[in-house]
Design a protein around this ligand. Structure first.
Ligand code: ZN
Ligand code: ZN
Ligand code: FE
Length: 761
């Protein structure tokens, strides 16, 4: 019997070869009708035998194109309309504008084959792409996803490209960035005074310069990279000196998996992540014999390594055979440079040359950073390849919400129906560039996802620029959200959990309800409420920000609290190395309590122990002392140190004095830093599991969510996870959104939505 079916599909279905797939599927089943893109996704009508219609819809559900992500299929049967043929129709603009935009896709196998095929018309063409790969989000200016609304609109397709673009069975059918050497963007080599250097082949010339140890600013997909030979220590040191970046590790890019295996230990899951279409930087264990300069990632056990993800990268790496440092081109904490003129202004003191192209980047996106934990991938910086792919929530949000995120590692989040659009990595908001990137990003997301928020969520810290931004908005309801509550709800949403949970929220800094700086928190919470049941006892942050940059201050303050002036008689290097003048000033500050905010920050405890062990007394990048403490930990573990509790006003305070005393005693005995660090990590894991068990026994809640920047520490994470599971608790950690402040906005949005639903805002 003949039937007609109307089908509406929502999801990532544009720019991913969806219409050719439908076209071929329908024709193969002898169905007539049409398919078209509209502003909510794809709309289809098919007509034919009802058994064939069933086959059709089954195939759509089970075998969609690899890059498509279907959120919703709605279909209904009607009477046949008498279509004769199946066709692809013009895109339609509907009233309700909403189409998720695909993230960037790494160069696909077919394109890669053509790129190195001498006979192909795109042989060595650095901008080859198709519906399965290439730029997306970074070139989209508006929706629907059509060439005229992308930065490719300035390039007129040649005859050959044009016919591919209009041929429904071609791999490049409606591939919006479709281009070739005749009609598409090109490459240029410039010196650092922005003068073009006439060369026959930019790739070959660039490879030669890199081999000579030169630094090149290379325009990529979401911004500029600074590249140099990662084996050449002089080149890497030069880059460090010019970038004023002393220690923070650089990411590297290698031509293939075989080379990657010479540098890192790589398991099956890490291989998948490396080779996947998202193509993040993957953190993996260094091989001791890795042929890479020690300057690339000093004091680290891991390399951040990625494979090429654009044709330009493939060409550069294949031809040079080099291992390249590929670090985001920026100045200190400013966001990645993505506009050409900005690159010339800002990078001229750093780079020797530029390799640029004339395909405009509309929105900047940094490389993403991921790693594998217990067989699952975990994203630490969610940007290129991930954003703006929405996170699908169990229930729709009660209204459209903007969540402004934190101050450091900022991302924002906008919601629409059941979708949370967590933004790409914006960065540290402390400078004008990043702040305008934040504001422009919000406007851009509102436009392309057609969102007009009626509620804004923000962190309670009055000095966060994201908070000030929220306060400056007019005609919108506002919801302040506590930092550590947001962390835990972010983790719950990441894992699609509801109800009550024990939240362990450990990080560096978060504004507490009592005005102190929280960061070592045990909460009982659900989406709408939280109760702080335990935390580390408060200690002074003498000098405020200065104590964060100089962790020796916290360590000295810990010792003074326990030993008083007798601390000077301790037989440990830390005391012997103490600058007496600086100590004298610090001691005044401790005694008088001036400029010494109180904190329960776990991050600062790690910093203090790092300083006490002589690993890192001053830091050059955020988290350095704690990271180097983790890296120092040996694999043999002689068990944890002592710790104590105190009950005050129904809350538990964890007392650190016994722990510090035991560390000092180990130091006096000459125990090595490797052992002490391992024991310290075990202690923190022990505290977490003891506290959680105690809370479970009191409340009956058996689920634990671990969140906050401290859980980027994979040693602590491993130890904690194992202990908690052993004690019968079910443990949840982050996967889809970062555990650090980069995931905070999601938690803020969910909490604000819940409060609104309950009529509390
Ligand atoms: Zn392709
Ligand atoms: Zn062309
Ligand atoms: Fe935080």
């Amino acid at each position: 019997m003949k039937c007609r079916m109307q089908i509406d599909i929502k999801g990532i279905v544009q720019g991913v070869g969806f219409r050719p797939f439908i076209y071929n599927l329908a024709r193969g089943l002898n169905l007539s009708g049409y398919v078209l893109n509209n502003t909510t996704g794809v709309s289809i009508e098919v007509e034919g035998e009802s058994s064939d219609l069933k086959k059709f819809i089954d195939s759509v559900k089970t075998q969609p194109p690899p890059q498509a992500d279907i959120f919703e299929i709605r279909s209904k049967h009607t009477d046949p309309a008498g279509y004769e043929d199946f066709e692809i129709r013009e895109s339609e603009g509907l009233e309700e504008k909403f189409v998720p935009v695909s993230p960037e896709l790494a160069t696909c196998k077919e394109c890669l084959y053509e790129l190195f095929d001498l006979k192909d018309r795109r042989y060595r063409y650095p901008f080859i792409n198709c519906t399965d790969c290439g730029p997306r989000f970074t070139i989209v200016k508006d929706i629907p996803y059509d060439r005229k609304f992308t930065t490719m609109s300035v390039f007129q397709m040649c005859e050959k490209c044009h016919s591919e673009y209009h041929d429904p069975v071609n791999r490049r059918f409606h591939a919006q960035p479709n281009a070739c050497p005749v009609c598409g963007p090109g490459l240029f080599l410039l010196d650092n005074e922005r003068k073009e250097i006439p060369v026959e082949d930019v790739i070959s010339a660039a490879c030669k310069l890199l081999k000579e140890g030169k630094i090149i600013a290379i325009k990529g997909l979401g911004g500029y990279h600074l590249a140099c030979d990662a084996v050449n220590s002089d080149a890497v040191s030069k880059l460090r000196a010019r970038k004023f970046r002393e220690y923070k590790p650089f990411a590297i890019m290698v031509k293939d998996l075989k080379t990657a295996r010479e540098i890192c230990f790589i398991n099956e899951k890490e291989e998948q992540l490396l080779r996947g279409v998202k193509r993040p930087i993957v953190l993996m264990k260094k091989r001791p014999e890795a042929p890479v300069s020690g300057e690339v990632a000093p004091n680290q056990k891991y390399f951040g390594l990625m494979l090429p993800y654009t044709p330009l990268h493939h060409l550069l790496l294949a031809e040079s055979g080099l291992i390249l440092v590929m670090t985001s081109a920026n100045i200190s904490s400013e966001p990645i440079v993505f506009e050409d003129n900005d690159a010339f202004d800002r990078l001229s003191g750093i780079t020797d040359y530029y390799v640029i192209h004339n395909r405009e980047i509309h929105i900047r996106t940094d490389d993403s950073v991921s790693r594998v934990e217990r067989g699952k991938d975990v994203v630490l910086r969610r940007s290129r390849g991930y954003a703006p792919h929405p996170l699908l929530m169990k229930h729709p949000f009660s209204e459209q919400i903007l969540a402004c995120g934190a101050e450091l590692k900022n991302t924002f989040c906008l919601t629409r129906g059941p979708y949370a659009f967590l933004s790409h990595h914006i960065g540290d908001l402390g400078n004008m560039e990043t702040l305008s990137s934040f504001e422009n990003g919000i406007e851009y997301f509102k436009r392309i996802f057609n969102i007009e928020p009626t509620l804004v969520a923000y962190d309670l810290h009055p000095e966060y620029l994201s908070t000030k931004y929220a306060h400056s908005l007019k005609n919108i309801r506002k919801a302040g959200v506590q930092h550590h509550h947001a962390h835990i709800i972010s983790c719950m949403s990441d894992n699609a959990l509801e109800g009550e949970i024990i939240g362990v929220s450990f990080d560096g800094t978060g504004y507490g309800l009592d005005g102190n700086i929280w960061g070592g928190e045990f909460l009982i919470c659900d989406y709408g409420n939280f109760q702080r049941v335990a935390h580390f006892e408060y200690f002074q942050l003498n000098g405020g920000e200065k104590a964060i940059k100089e962790p020796w201050r916290i360590a000295a303050s810990f010792l003074y609290k326990i030993y008083g002036d007798d601390m000077m008689n301790l037989n440990i290097d830390f005391v012997r190395g103490l600058d007496r003048d600086k100590w004298h000033i610090l001691k005044q500050m401790i005694v008088k309590g001036t400029n010494s905010p109180l904190t329960s920050s776990t991050g600062r405890i790690f910093d203090a122990v790092s300083a006490l062990l002589g690993i890192r007394k001053e830091i050059y990048y955020e988290g350095q002392a704690a990271i180097e403490l983790e890296m120092k930990a040996g694999s043999t573990d002689k068990g944890g140190y002592e710790f104590a509790y105190r009950e005050i006003d129904g809350k538990t305070e964890i007392i650190l004095d016994p722990l510090i005393k035991e560390i000092v005693s180990d130091l006096e005995k000459g125990v090595c830093a490797e052992t002490i660090s391992a024991r310290f990590h075990s202690t923190i894991a022990g505290i977490i599991s003891d506290m959680c068990l105690k809370i479970k026994n009191q409340t009956g809640i058996g689920r634990v969510a671990l969140s906050g920047g401290v859980f980027q520490n994979s040693l602590l994470m491993e130890k904690t996870f194992t202990l908690l599971e052993k004690r019968g608790l079910k443990v949840y950690t982050h996967h889809r959104v970062p555990t650090n402040d980069g995931g905070l906005a999601l938690g803020q949005a969910v909490i604000a939505g819940e409060l609104a639903k309950k009529g509390k805002i």
